[in-house]
Design a protein around this ligand. Structure first.
Ligand code: NGF
Length: 288
C-alpha cells in the first residue's frame, strides 16, 4: 500500500451516465501506460459526491473487475449519510478492495466525537482497514495532531490521505506516527511531501502524468533532490496549464487525445468550449 496511486477519473456521457467501456480503458491506461501502483476509486476526482449509491457501487465493481489484483485498490466510501458509507464499505470490502477510505464528514459542523464515531462505525461494520481522507480546503474540516492520534488509536485506521499544504502538520504526523501510512494529495507539492517522508501520493493528474510522478517519488526517496525538482518543474508547468483550463475536464481531454474514451464531466460541472479543448490538446502534445 505504498507509492503512486491515481485518484481515478470516471468518464460520463453527455447525459451524465457512466461510460463503462471508457472506465475500463482508463483503468488499463493507468496500469499499462502510467505504471501506477494503485487506484483510489470514488474520490473527488471521480466526481463521487454527485453520484447515486448504485452508481458508486457500479464503479467499484467495474474497476475491480478490470484491475483484478494487478494493483492495490482503495475505495473511498465516505458520505455524510453514514448508512450509505457503511453500505458502500461493505460492498467494496466484499469485492476485495485492499482498504477503505472515507472523507471527513462535511457540510454540518460535526464535532470531533461525531467524526470519530463515523470512522469507528464504518470500520466496525465492514471489518476493513481505513485511510482517513482529510481535505480541509474543500470540507472545512481541520483535524489536529491530537485528534489524529485519537483516530489512529483504532488499529484499523492505517493512515491518512493528506490533501493540505500544511507541511508543519505533515512533519509532526510523520514523526509521531512512523507506522501509519501517509499519502500526500497535492500533485504539485509531491516532492516536498516526499522529502517530508510520505509513503505515497494519491492524485488526479497521475491519470496522465503517472510516470513523472513515479520518477519524482523515486528520486525524492533516494535523496536526488535536484534531479527530482527538474521533473517536478515540468510537472507543475503541466498542472498549471490543467488548472487554468478546468481540472477534470482538461485531464479528460488529454486522455481522449491519448485514445481513452474519457467522456465528459457530470453537470453541474461544465463542458470545455472549443478553445479549452484546443488548449488541452496542446498540453497533451507538449507534455505527454
Ligand atoms: O482534485 C482534487 C481536489 N485534489 C486531487 C486529489 O487530492 C484528489 C489532486 O490530485 C483525490 O485524491 C481524490 O480524487 O479524492 C489535485 O487535483 C491536483 O493536485 C491538482 O491541484 O482538490
Amino acid at each position: 500500500m505504498k507509492g503512486i496511486f491515481s485518484a481515478l477519473l470516471v468518464p460520463y456521457d453527455e447525459n451524465g451516465n457512466i461510460k463503462e467501456e471508457g472506465l475500463r480503458q482508463l483503468v488499463r491506461h493507468n496500469i499499462d501506460v502510467c505504471g501506477i501502483d494503485g487506484l483510489y476509486v470514488g474520490g473527488s476526482t471521480g466526481e463521487n459526491f454527485m453520484l447515486s449509491t448504485e452508481e458508486k457501487k457500479r464503479i467499484f465493481e467495474i474497476v475491480k473487475d478490470e484491475a483484478k489484483d494487478q494493483v492495490k485498490l482503495i475505495a473511498q466510501v465516505g458520505s455524510i449519510n453514514l448508512k450509505e458509507a457503511v453500505e458502500l464499505g461493505k460492498f467494496a470490502t466484499a469485492l476485495g478492495y485492499d482498504s477503505l477510505s472515507a472523507v471527513t464528514p462535511f457540510y454540518y459542523k460535526f464535532d470531533f466525537s461525531e467524526i470519530k464515531n463515523y470512522y469507528d462505525t464504518i470500520i466496525r461494520e465492514t471489518g476493513n482497514n481505513m485511510i482517513i481522507y482529510s481535505i480541509p480546503f474543500l470540507t472545512g474540516v481541520n483535524i489536529t495532531l491530537n485528534q489524529f492520534a485519537e483516530l489512529f488509536e483504532n488499529e484499523k485506521v492505517i493512515g491518512v490521505k493528506f490533501t493540505a499544504a500544511d507541511f508543519y502538520l505533515l512533519e509532526r504526523l510523520r514523526k509521531a506516527f512512523p507506522n501509519k501510512l501517509i499519502f500526500s494529495g497535492f500533485d504539485e507539492m509531491l516532492l516536498p511531501a516526499v522529502v517530508s517522508g510520505v509513503d505515497g501520493a494519491i492524485g488526479s493528474t497521475f491519470n496522465v502524468n503517472g510516470k513523472r510522478a513515479k520518477e519524482i517519488f523515486e528520486l525524492g526517496r533516494k535523496g536526488e533532490i535536484e534531479k527530482a525538482y527538474q521533473v517536478q518543474h515540468v510537472t507543475n508547468d503541466l498542472i498549471e496549464g490543467i488548472l487554468s483550463n478546468g481540472l477534470y475536464q482538461t485531464i479528460k481531454e488529454i486522455l481522449k487525445d491519448k485514445g481513452v474514451d474519457a467522456g465528459y464531466c457530470r453537470q453541474p460541472m461544465k463542458k470545455l468550449n472549443e478553445e479549452g479543448i484546443k488548449f488541452a490538446k496542446e498540453l497533451s502534445a507538449k507534455y505527454l
